[in-house]
Design a protein around this ligand. Structure first.
Ligand code: ATP
Ligand code: LTN
Length: 327
C-alpha cells in the first residue's frame, strides 16, 4: 500500500512566493509514489474575519492555483476542508486530549494574536488541534510543510502519541517533510520575517498573480545591506533571501548562484532574481486564468475530491469513536 501524504493551505488570500517555494512546488510529483491529499483549509481560514464573497473567491482561486501548479486532480485528492465534516468532528475529540499548556506555547498563536488584538478568538487558539485532526484523520505518513509549521506538526505527533498510549495504535505518527532550501522565504521589505499572504504590506510579498512588471519592481526595491557582496550569510538576511529565491527558481545550488554573481552589483542581481521569478510564474498564471474561467468544473473537481477524502476518513473516525466508548 502507498504511503499517505497530507498537506493544507489556507484560503486567506493569494498564495505567495513563500507558499510556493516552501511548500507547493514540492507537492507536485509526489503522487507517483504516495497517495496524496491536498486540502484548502477553509475552516482554518475563518480564524480571521473574511468577507463571505472574498472567502468563496479565495477558496476557488486556491484550488485553481493547486491545479495550475501541477497537481493533477486525477492523481491527487483536492478538496475543501469544510466539505468533509470528519475534520471538525475529530478536532473536537482531539481538543479533549490536548493541554492548554501545550497550546500556550504555539508561536503562530502568539504572532497572530499580537497582530490582531481585537479578534483573539478561541479558534485561533485551538487551530493546531484542527490541524492535527486534518493530518491524523487520514493516517498520514508525511506532511510537506514550510519551516513555520514544524511546531504544529510536533504538537500533532504529541497528541497522536498520547491518544495511542491510552487506546492502542489508532493513529499513524506523521513525519514532517521540510525542504532543505526554501523552507523559510522572508519578506522583501522585512527580510527577518516570514513572507506571509495575509499580511498587509504588499511590497513585502510576491503574490503568484503579480504581473512581471510588479514582480521586477518589488525585487528592485527589496531591502538588502550596504556591503555589496552577494554571499549567503546570517548577517545578510536580505541578500540570503534573494539567493534562496534565485536558487529555487533556477534549480541551482546556493554556491553556484554566489559564483554567478561574484563581482556584480546588487542592482543587476535584484533584476536577475525578479526576471527569473517572473519567468517561472508566467505559465502558471496562464493556466490559473484558464481554470478560473470554468467555475463549474472547479467545483466538480472539489466535490469528487471531498467524496474520496470522506471515504478515506470514515474508518478512522469510526475507530476513534469506538475506542473512546461512544455507544
Ligand atoms: P497566512 O498569511 O494566511 O497565515 P501563510 O502564507 O503563512 O498564510 P499558507 O499559504 O497557508 O500560509 O501556507 C501553506 C504552506 O506554505 C505551509 O506549508 C507553509 O509552511 C508554507 N509557507 C507559507 N509561507 C512560507 C514562507 N514564507 N516560506 C516558506 N514556506 C512558507
Ligand atoms: N497551518 C497551516 C495550514 C494547514 C496544514 C494542515 C498544513 C492546516 N492544516 C495540515 C499541513 C497539514 C498553515 O498555516 N500554513
Amino acid at each position: 500500500m502507498k504511503k499517505i501524504i497530507f498537506s493544507g493551505i489556507k484560503p486567506t488570500g493569494i498564495p505567495t512566493l513563500g507558499s510556493l517555494l516552501g511548500a507547493l512546488t514540492h507537492w507536485e510529483g509526489l503522487s507517483s509514489q504516495y497517495n496524496c491529499l491536498y486540502c484548502v483549509v477553509d475552516l482554518h481560514a475563518i480564524t480571521i474575519r473574511i468577507d463571505p464573497a472574498v472567502l468563496r473567491e479565495n477558496g476557488r482561486n486556491m484550488l485553481a492555483w493547486l491545479i495550475a501548479l501541477g497537481l493533477d486532480p486525477e492523481k491527487n485528492i483536492l478538496y475543501y476542508q469544510s466539505h468533509v465534516s470528519a475534520h471538525a468532528e475529530l478536532s473536537w475529540i482531539l481538543n479533549c486530549y490536548t493541554y492548554v499548556g501545550e497550546l500556550n506555547r504555539m508561536t503562530q498563536f502568539k504572532d497572530k494574536s499580537a497582530k490582531n488584538t481585537e479578534n483573539i478568538n478561541s479558534g485561533l487558539y485551538t487551530y493546531p488541534v484542527l490541524q492535527a485532526a486534518d493530518i491524523l484523520l487520514f493516517q498520514s505518513n508525511l506532511v510537506p510543510i514550510g519551516e513555520d509549521q514544524r511546531q504544529h506538526l510536533e504538537i500533532c505527533r504529541d497528541i497522536a502519541e498520547r491518544f495511542n498510549k491510552i487506546y492502542g495504535d489508532v493513529f499513524t505518527i506523521p513525519e514532517a517533510f521540510v525542504p532543505p532550501v526554501g523552507a523559510r522565504i522572508t519578506g522583501l521589505q522585512n527580510p527577518s520575517a516570514k513572507m506571509s499572504k495575509s499580511d498587509e504590506h504588499s511590497n513585502d510579498c510576491i503574490y503568484l498573480s503579480d504581473s512581471s512588471d510588479e514582480i521586477i519592481k518589488k525585487f528592485k526595491r527589496a531591502v538588502t545591506d550596504s556591503d555589496n557582496t552577494i554571499k549567503f550569510s546570517e548577517e545578510k538576511p536580505g541578500i540570503s533571501n534573494l539567493l534562496t529565491i534565485y536558487a529555487c527558481v533556477t534549480n541551482k545550488k546556493i554556491e553556484e548562484c554566489e559564483a554567478e554573481f561574484e563581482g556584480k552589483g546588487y542592482g543587476a542581481f535584484k533584476l536577475a532574481v525578479g526576471e527569473a521569478v517572473a519567468q517561472t510564474l508566467a505559465p502558471f498564471q496562464k493556466e490559473h486564468a484558464r481554470l478560473m474561467s470554468d467555475i463549474a468544473e472547479l467545483d466538480a473537481i472539489a466535490s469528487r475530491g471531498a467524496a474520496k477524502a470522506n471515504e478515506m476518513a470514515t474508518p478512522t473516525l469510526i475507530n476513534v469513536k469506538n475506542v473512546i466508548g461512544f455507544v
